[in-house]
Design a protein around this ligand. Structure first.
Ligand code: AGP
Length: 607
């Protein structure tokens, strides 16, 4: 996820682009840049760091230009350095591009361009677009962009300016957001409405596979073949604050809704046409992965729940023994680690000190380290032998939501990849699971759409003092995560427990007024979980069963939540979403600030 803004009009362009970028910082903030038409040239200013750093670099100087584009980045290809910051130029400095999305076939396109003599200045996927346009010569810019969009696979929102077209901005969209704003003798283009809402409320909708040419007087939109399509305008009703949250009440709710897109990004370009997993970015020797005889997965908090799921996935698919550890405990138990050990550290921030300390300890014993993180070039990414990025985009809410579901997906990809390399799983079974992963964005969208039902179910729970979340096997980490969400944002005691373990003690706590949520989607154990839940019902608990669509056996429950049916580990992703919504609705009904829960920090850098 990145933020794009473009302006053509009469104002000093910096006065529009810089505030516009600041309002898009929620989309990414590791580097930023501007490109402005200045006389006969294009002036590019960019830097690593936030918009503040870019503003400082410009030091109040105005170019005098009134056409330009800007970008705030959340890295997916290449570290968040100045050279990887957008905008990106072609070889001649004639074409400048900003991009939000992932170009899946960029490496292939880059190879071809290099063969034709193009020199690259960054490690990004985006730069290929500038060189492709250069390669196409003097054809009209909108035509070249359409051709580029036909060649580039993946998600794109592209905004381009060219030295020889000083009055025009051309933009294209496929799979990544892009909106156009119409002012009086001025036009705007951006990833999201807040970028221009202080200037205009008149918005033009840009659909997928469209290219839009913008001058100060208006916009022309064509489809990917070049046929003109009608321009549809809308009036924006939101105020600025609401617009920044995409109209959602909070960033957490927005991030819950972003999960289908985030999961699609996690999968993007990592599965080839034959249905095999390709994780080229790991760059680990297959011989090394075949020699591994033990795996540790280490993490904290929500990421630890992803580690719990990873244990099931890796053990089931590779038959390598997997141990999981809470990072702050790992070093103190003198674990047996050696050069045949694979250590996987999971951390959305990549900066959690407990996790870093643990993986450093393991690396010092000679283990191979794979980091799974959402932040490119984070400490975990830098210190790992190989990195798998979750590509969830920035998460502003303190409670992890989309970064968790993308961790689950990334860990399943990694598990399947190990199985593929070690030939421990039938290729047909790998392909089957991959098809299920590919269906997840749609399945998760369906679950997110049940938010109002969940809200109705939770309405009377503001006074409930005790919750239990129970599950077995793949449902167990989901239950743990459901409990953690409720604790951290609704400040209510919530226990995540292995359903079968309740009878060994905690069942003594079940009485009227206690809500017990049983996650029963894992086919191997769901009937056992239902029996355990019946025991909770017999003790007076208010019973919620979270099951797959079409399941029965839950007639004794007070409430039933259904998620689309799927193989066990696939259901970990869909099943956690209603629990995120449970926590969200209980917390908001109590009037709590879900984005900034008390006593918590998004990234914990102390031991
Ligand atoms: C999740 O909702 C929490 N805020 C917290 O448990 C978090 O998962 C934990 O601190 C680990 O963070 P990391 O993934 O950035 O390492």
């Amino acid at each position: 996820m990145c933020g794009i803004v473009g302006y053509v009009g009469k104002r000093p362009v910096e006065d529009v682009l810089l505030p516009g970028l600041s309002r898009l910082e929620y989309r990414g903030y590791d580097s930023a840049g501007l490109a402005i038409h200045e006389g006969d040239s294009l002036k590019v200013t960019k830097t690593a760091g936030r918009i503040e750093a870019l503003t400082e670099q410009l030091d109040g100087q105005k170019s005098g230009g009134s056409v330009g584009i800007g970008h705030t980045r959340w890295a997916t290809h290449g570290a968040p350095t100045t050279s990887n910051a957008h905008p990106h130029l072609d070889c001649t400095g004639d074409v400048v591009v900003v991009h939000n999305g992932i170009i899946e076939n960029w490496a292939e396109l880059k190879k071809g361009l290099e063969k034709r003599g193009h020199a690259f200045a960054s490690e990004t996927d985006t730069e290929v677009v500038a060189h492709l346009i250069e390669d196409m010569g003097d054809a009209p810019l909108d035509e070249t962009l359409r051709r580029v969009m036909q060649m580039a696979e993946g998600a794109l929102a592209l905004v381009v300016i060219r030295r020889s077209d000083p009055d025009t901005i051309v933009a294209g969209r496929r799979g990544s957001p892009l909106v156009v704003g119409r002012g009086d003798g001025e036009m705007f283009v951006a990833s999201d409405i807040p970028a221009f809402l202080e200037h205009t409320r008149d918005m033009i909708v840009v659909d997928d596979d469209r290219v839009v040419s913008i001058t100060a007087d208006g916009a022309t939109i064509t489809d990917i073949e070049g046929n003109e399509v009608p321009v549809v305008e809308r009036t924006i009703e939101w105020d600025l604050d609401a617009a920044e949250r995409g109209g959602f009440e909070s960033f957490m709710l927005k991030e819950i809704h972003e999960q289908p897109e985030a999961i699609a990004d996690t999968l993007r370009g990592r599965i080839d046409d034959s249905g095999a997993v390709k994780l080229h970015e790991l760059e680990l020797d297959d011989r090394l992965l075949r020699a591994i005889d033990k795996v540790f997965v280490i993490a904290c908090g929500t990421s630890y729940h992803a580690a719990m799921m990873a244990k099931y996935a890796i053990e089931r698919w590779t038959r390598i023994p997997v141990e999981i550890d809470i990072a702050s405990e790992f070093r103190y138990r003198d674990p047996v680690v050696d050069p045949r050990t694979l250590v996987i550290g999971i951390s959305q921030s990549g900066e959690t000190l407990d996790t870093l300390a643990a993986v450093r300890y393991a690396a010092a014993q000679g283990a191979t380290l794979i980091g799974v993180t959402n932040v490119v070039d984070s400490a975990l990414a830098r210190e790992s032998d190989a990195v798998l990025y979750t590509r969830a985009g920035p998460e502003i809410g303190v409670a992890a939501t989309k970064t968790f579901t993308t961790q689950l997906v990334a860990m399943q990809l990694l598990g399947l990849y190990l199985a593929q390399v070690r030939a421990s799983m039938d290729p047909g079974a790998i392909e089957y699971h991959i098809r299920q992963l590919n269906d997840l964005p749609t399945a998760v969208s369906k679950v997110v759409a049940t938010s109002d039902e969940i809200k109705r179910m939770t309405e009377r729970w503001t006074e409930v003092r005790d919750f239990f979340f129970l599950g077995r096997s793949g449902d167990f980490p989901v239950a743990m995560e459901g409990a953690l969400k409720l604790k951290e944002i609704a400040y209510v005691r919530a226990e995540g427990y292995a359903a079968g373990e309740m009878k060994h003690g905690p069942i003594a706590l079940i009485e009227e007024g206690v809500v017990v949520i049983g996650v029963a989607t894992d086919d191997h154990v769901k009937t056992k979980t239902l029996s355990n839940m019946a025991e909770m019902e017999a003790r007076g608990g208010e019973i919620v069963i979270l099951q797959e669509e079409g399941d029965n056996g839950s007639d004794f429950a007070d409430h039933v939540i259904s998620v689309p049916a799927g193989p066990d580990l696939i259901c970990t992703v869909t099943a956690v979403v209603p629990l995120q919504l449970v926590a969200y609705h209980v917390a908001t009904a109590k009037g709590l600030d879900v984005d900034k829960p008390r006593n918590l920090a998004k990234t914990v850098t102390v031991e």
